[in-house]
Write a protein that binds this ligand. Sequence first.
Ligand code: MF3
Ligand code: CO
Length: 248
Amino acid sequence: MIICKSAAEIEKLRRCGKLVRDLLEEAREQVRPGVTTLELEAFVERRLKQAGAKPAFKGYRGYPCCLCASVNEQIVHGIPSDRRLNEGDIVSLDLGVIIDGYYGDAALTVPVGAISEPLKRLLRVTEESLYLAIDQVRLGNRLGDVSSAVEEYVVRNGFSVVREFVGHGIGRQLHEEPQIPNFGSPGYGPVLKEGMVFAIEPMVNVGSPAMRVLDDRWTAVTVDGACSAHFEHMVAVTRNGPDVLTRL
Ligand code: MF3
Ligand code: CO
């Protein structure tokens, strides 16, 4: 069952969305060559405490940290470590928060110093595919319209979408129905109704879409070793079109 939220609940989720977005922006400013992903984790953990919010990921199925920090060929769920970021790397930062029993979840991929033109294009295409999906979050559309918007744009630009991980409904739980794949067919799937709230999160690879999980049981990496990017927003279905709850 896809839960439709009241206007009051959407305002609670907007608060979560704003916090997660603000903290990701602050974390983005900490990214530079020489910084470790564990330093980013420590920064985010401190800022979460100061804000009086709880981390959504720490302890979720045993995940050890507040932040996921996935570097280069790491797709998602990179565990913060003493790995130092190098000039030319990209790092995907994914953060979840809980305020008052409601969840916020967002992600973005950040360049470390100057990056190559192909990587700039990967970041641009991945973020644009998310915005095209968001534009499909309209009353009467179907979930397949959202999913296919990502796939169509990514494939047209010569990249590939990861199929093993999906976006999700979000509310009083981090993961609610429905699952939101980054591929699909227009005109298929559940009809979008007022008050549905989605976390849409394209994961886009430069090369093959194939992925595997490292021995740490979390870090998902590309099989071919090529780079991957990840952007995520929370979006509510309203009478007036998509309402992005993680907008700056
Ligand atoms: N944004 C991801 C998701 O929605 C991050 C989950 S990390 C985990 O699934 F540790 F919580 F699993
Ligand atoms: Co998510």
